[in-house]
Design a protein around this ligand. Sequence first.
Ligand code: FES
Ligand code: FES
Length: 160
Amino acid sequence: MKQQIIMFQLNGEPLEIYADPAESLLAILREKLGLYGTKAGCGKGECGACTVLVDDQAQNSCLIPAGKVQGRRVETIENLSRGDVVHPIQEAFVEKGAVQCGFCSPGMIMSAYALLKSSPQPAPEDVKTAISGNLCRCSGYKQIEEAVLCAGDKMKNRES
Ligand code: FES
Ligand code: FES
């Protein structure tokens, strides 16, 4: 398809990019913008490695044509830490041993982030549902679920 200007907010900053609107958001993030934190896994909406937030909703960026984010807010894993200070979700993942090879971690963390934005103190069942589209080949899901619950507590404490 013909290239066009696509405008959206990326990690809090307005962005204009000249791209094919049919190209996936994942390809734009990684190949055009150099944001490699969002992982490219299956490319078919099955693994969740490419999860980003679009208007605060967790989405598989491999399935979203870039033209569809026109005028919307996109957030990637790069937006979570502040300089040397990691986000409480990232801290909790490390503390709970929820990261092994780490390939699934950015997507898992973004799904957790979307959940905790809408539900700061989620029930364990909510956590399971929120990460149900994210596959992990190495760590047990138990550690990941514990990390998300722990992150909710950490975020609450950081605010108070
Ligand atoms: S790379 Fe997008 S869901 Fe697997
Ligand atoms: S930590 Fe390796 S795939 Fe999840």
